[in-house]
Design a protein around this ligand. Structure first.
Ligand code: NAP
Length: 236
């Protein structure tokens, strides 16, 4: 039985990915980590069109509290068995200039975008190292390109790219592949906070990114781990 752990599944890219995974039947079981009850129940409902209810479970956690992650992962392992895949999709942004960014805001961004993925990888790998598996982290093109006013978000995503590349080498001995994707502009709530005036119909949609993620973690992909894979749709 294969189990996939997903964060950020309540909205945007995470929601589209979770539904596509269920639709494609890529895993037997899904452990969904999040905090927004209404959104999470909505995605759960969509997934149950394709997967029986006993194979999908929601685990409530605010990822800004990464110290709670070891207990949650242990619970997932006890209830769902071997963990074969971890998708770190959740993300947070509070775009501000250097002089207006507070330490609290900077820390919250890093808690959700960097510390939580770190803790989830560490705790899941404790189990995954016995079976092998795949980890996929969602970074951003913002982590590679200067973005004035996005200091905490952009630098946190640079950290995600770096962690993914470091761990690709470190975890290879366990048969664990680490993928990193950096989407460009995608029509979600988070993007709206970064670019409030943008017309969402003119940019990538969550399903576009979800399609790439599902291909990467599917059984046929074996060569693209360790790279920072940019997902960007050509403007027509
Ligand atoms: N959209 C883009 O243009 C773009 C581009 C590059 C990278 N990305 C990355 O793509 C990933 C998905 O974001 P999205 O664009 O799909 O945005 P989104 O629709 O706003 O989804 C973000 C998800 O992260 C969850 N999340 C945020 N803070 C959380 C916390 N403290 N605890 C638990 N869950 C939390 C949200 O849940 P709540 O509803 O509870 O907040 C939501 O489910 C993020 O890592 C983002 O940085 C997005």
């Amino acid at each position: 039985m294969s189990t996939c752990v997903i964060t950020g599944f309540g909205a945007g890219i995470g929601r589209a990915t979770a539904i596509k995974l269920a639709q494609d039947g890529l895993f037997d079981k899904y452990a969904l980590i999040g905090r927004n009850e209404k959104d999470m129940n909505n995605t759960w409902g969509e997934m149950t069109r394709f997967v029986s209810t006993d194979r999908i479970k929601i685990y409530y956690l605010d990822l800004s509290k990464p110290e709670l992650i070891p207990a949650i992962v242990e619970e997932i392992h006890n209830e769902m068995g071997d963990i074969n895949c971890l998708l770190n999709i959740a993300g947070y942004t509070d775009p501000k200039s250097l002089l207006t960014t507070t330490l609290d805001s900077f820390e919250l961004t890093y808690r959700v975008n960097v510390f939580a993925p770190f803790m989830l990888m560490r705790e899941c790998v404790k189990y995954m190292k016995n079976t092998g598996g795949k980890i996929l982290n969602v970074a951003s093109t913002a982590g590679m390109t200067p973005r004035p006013g996005w200091l905490s978000y952009a630098s946190s995503k640079a950290a995600v790219i770096s962690m993914s590349q470091t761990l690709t080498a470190e975890l290879a001995e366990y048969g664990i592949s680490v993928y990193c994707v950096s989407p460009g502009r995608c029509a979600t709530k988070l993007r709206k906070r970064l670019a409030p005036d943008e017309d969402p119909t003119t940019i990538m949609q969550p399903e576009d990114v979800a399609g790439v993620i599902c291909n990467l973690i599917g059984p046929n992909e074996c060569c693209l781990d360790g790279q920072n894979i940019v997902i960007r749709k050509a403007v027509k």
